[in-house]
Ligand binder design. Structure first.
Ligand SMILES: [Zn+2]
Length: 209
């Protein structure tokens, strides 16, 4: 049944939208740059889920209720889904690095699970072609694979301790006020222009894909 695999991909994209949104919110105090990158993924997943929802509607040849029931989530109420917002509580940011490593383990495996679903979908005769009017399934696969490279790049960068420190002088800029700084090996503790915290400072030449 074509729609079942698309329904699965749809639910996975709804879930990853929430996960990336949550991760972005939790990591904001570590680095605004990371938060924005993950926030972009969240926004893209919102769109991807809506596109897959469109494919689902196109394929639906059973009653809507049945599709919803079998998918374990109603694909017909996307707009009604509530969004979980990262709610900051006292002491919650005690160990941001631990939070970071938890996400860096779970996010790539979430992507790989989605890639497995797409692999099944792409193996279904004629499905990619029928979906193509709404979304390119191979394109979604490429996006997911590229994300794994980006996540891996971020992970290595943080593990090497190079989020705010570089072996060679790098250019730094403040994401809060926009000021660019000189070529320094280390980001300042606070922005020299607006006093924003280091988490707001972005380093150039991250070498991320
Ligand atoms: Zn600033």
């Amino acid at each position: 049944m074509h729609w079942k695999i698309i329904a699965k991909a749809f639910s996975q994209k709804r879930a990853s939208n929430l996960t990336y949104e949550f991760a972005a919110e939790r990591l904001r105090n570590l680095s605004e740059m990371l938060a924005q990158r993950l926030g972009e993924f969240a926004g893209q997943d919102d769109l991807h889920s809506r596109l897959l929802h469109g494919v689902l509607l196109k394929l639906a040849d059973e009653s809507k209720d049945q599709v919803a029931e079998d998918a374990g989530v109603s694909p017909f109420t996307v707009s009604g889904l509530s969004r979980r917002r990262g709610k900051k509580e006292k002491g919650e940011d005690a160990d941001l690095m631990e939070v970071f490593s938890n996400f860096m383990e779970s996010l790539p495996s979430m992507e790989r699970e989605f890639q497995d679903t797409l692999k099944t979908a792409l193996a279904e005769p004629g499905l990619a072609k029928r979906a193509a009017a709404v979304v390119d399934l191979k394109g979604l696969d490429r996006i997911s694979r590229d994300r794994c490279l980006i996540l891996d790049g971020i992970n290595k960068l943080v593990l090497r301790g190079e989020l705010f420190k570089r072996p060679k002088p790098a250019s730094w800029s403040c994401m809060s006020c926009g000021v660019t700084m000189g070529l320094w090996e280390q980001a300042p503790e606070v922005c020299p222009c607006c006093q924003a915290p280091q988490s707001m400072i972005r380093g150039g030449g991250w070498g991320l894909p």
